[in-house]
Design a protein around this ligand. Sequence first.
Ligand code: GLU
Length: 425
Amino acid sequence: MIKVRFAPSPTGYLHIGGARTALFNWMYARSQGGQFVLRIEDTDQERSKPEYEKEILDSMTWLGLAWDEFYKQSERFSLYQQHAEKLVSEGKAYRDGNAVLLTVAKARDIKFDDLIRGLIVFNTDEIKDQVLMKSDGSPAYSFSCVVDDALMGITHVIRGEDHISNTPKQILIYEAMGFKVPKFAHLPLIMGTDGARLSKRFGAVAVTDYRAEGFVPEALVNYLMLLGWSPGNQEILPLKKACEKFSIKKVNKTAAQFNMEKLKWTNGEYIKVKDTSELTDLLVPFLKEVGYINDDYDRQWLLNVVGLFKSRMLTLRDFLERAGFLFVKDFSIPEDIRASELKTDLFKEFNMLADRLNALESFDHVSTENVFRGLVAELGMTAADLVHPVRVAITASPVGPGLFETMVALGKEKTVFRLREAFKK
Ligand code: GLU
């Protein structure tokens, strides 16, 4: 049976590159009816932090990448010790103080057939004797990694290209221990738009940052799977469908470029088709965070508002900006928007409209539209002449959902007040 693993070190947050590695492992396991292991490589006790581990697990769960088995290397130190001792007793490794090193014979070619990159050859002349156990009693990365991959029955090691040079060293350890060498697949790096390796400099790299920005996990997963793999001409491909098509051999050799615009577009596509009630649940924490709503918000009203905006946002956070005019206590129109969008003085017209809207018994789409169209006809204007300035006056934005739906969502009192305030002398 196929068995793969994702083996993050909890020395930092789960970043975009790590998430992509986890995802490709997960997709490979699911596409092959195999198993997916999550292994926390916390052998560096100085740099490993419980909060990073927690964050990695949370991010994996949030992304929907469930694991079949879970291990922590810090709980397996005695196992590594035993295997190191065995190698010493067999004469394949030796002690240097408290450390244990593997003897590496010179002038040998170590070859492996990478599933993505093809044949890779290293010569052992370039490889020093390998530290297996450090003098502080902790295992070196390559040793604990190989012991675990072998004991856990990992058949395919899928990881970042930065580990290619570790692979021949690890193969030597497999051989010394008499373990079967797994297949390797090294994923291309992810570059920023500037062509440099994705890093903090680029902006958000942690999965949590994307979550806080208002990306939905299905969209982030959809975007990440296309970083280095293409299912053909398909930009929107839910994870389940992707697993049916996924093939490790079709992963690109060349670096993938991270494109924020495309990620945002993908996110918008997923938001658009989300169930309104579910989307509302996702937006509530964002709205609470900025104080737009509290626990006793009007659910029915909010569902309606979310429905109006769901095709107009790329991230959940966009909603705060686009629909903010419906929530803010101190509404005002920024000077630049006033200067460009409210050039003509419509003091008289706005006040007439405000009076008539104010007189309405029922403030709904039909009644507000009738009042509006009636007034426009009386004044000898076209609807278009007034729609735009009215929208700007009540929303502080030149774009948004239909004007009458917007008025109804805003409510009579605020609509009337903002119309009266717009050109107030
Ligand atoms: N802990 C290593 C890392 O985070 C794992 C590398 C591997 O997959 O072998 O880079």
